[in-house]
Design a protein around this ligand. Structure first.
Ligand SMILES: Cc1cc2nc3c(=O)[nH]c(=O)nc-3n(C[C@H](O)[C@H](O)[C@H](O)COP(=O)(O)O)c2cc1C
Length: 191
């Protein structure tokens, strides 16, 4: 077995009572049994965004995220669907970096109270991460009716096939390994 891939998981909402936190923790807990990856939680609540600036100029204020993305082999983003889009806090967190993401794999998990499992926010995010230089997997994780799946305290109370998480992670690992090989062995002409 080769070295474990390091994969930061970005929890993309600050909302009080957020179910996306329960989903993130379910993924982290399930991934602990795997020998091929090591996940670490990053929470947009910890970014301490200033109200008077945005973008890469504030990346120095979020050294932990910067260092994690530099070291990362891939990323996971867990985003709720807010009016078919992503929370502003998630976009602000993503915008703090740019070259650090280049040619790394990302997998997207959408969370919604509705029946579409965040499919619409995932489509929106796919365009954003592409601009960031990330390469998005085809296999998403869609969590529908999340308020029925978890109690408010985060207890899994509904039916959920945990194999879905492995399928989601397997695809990410495949893409992450391919891109890692590419970054280490191929010259990129991207400017
Ligand atoms: C501002 C806002 C807009 C929302 N828009 C949608 C939506 O477009 N579709 C949907 O299925 N759920 C929508 N929801 C419900 C979220 O899907 C719900 O909050 C869900 O639990 C996932 O997000 P959470 O991590 O904030 O709990 C919205 C919630 C908020 C706060």
């Amino acid at each position: 077995m080769s070295v474990k891939l390091f994969i930061p998981l970005l929890l993309g909402t600050t909302r009080e009572g957020r179910y996306s936190e329960h989903v993130s923790k379910m993924i982290l807990k399930h991934a602990k049994a795997r020998l091929d990856i090591k996940l670490e939680l990053f929470d947009v609540r910890d970014f301490n965004f200033p109200l008077t600036d945005e973008g890469q100029s504030i990346k120095g204020k979020n050294q932990k995220w910067k260092k994690a993305v530099e070291k990362a082999d891939a990323l996971i983003i867990v985003s709720p669907e807010y009016n078919h889009g992503y929370p502003g806090s998630l976009k602000m967190a993503l915008d703090t970096l740019l070259p650090e993401y280049n040619h790394k794999a990302v997998a997207l998990c959408g969370v919604s109270m509705g029946g579409f499992g965040g499919a619409r926010v995932i489509e929106q995010l796919a365009g954003v991460v592409r601009r960031l230089g990330l390469v998005v997997t085809e296999k998403d994780l869609n969590i529908s009716n999340v308020q029925m799946l978890f109690s408010k305290e985060g207890q899994l109370q509904g039916e959920f096939d945990l194999k879905m998480i492995d399928k989601f992670l397997d695809e990410l690992v495949w893409l992450a390994r391919s891109l890692k090989w590419g970054r280490e062995n191929l010259i990129s002409k991207k400017k």
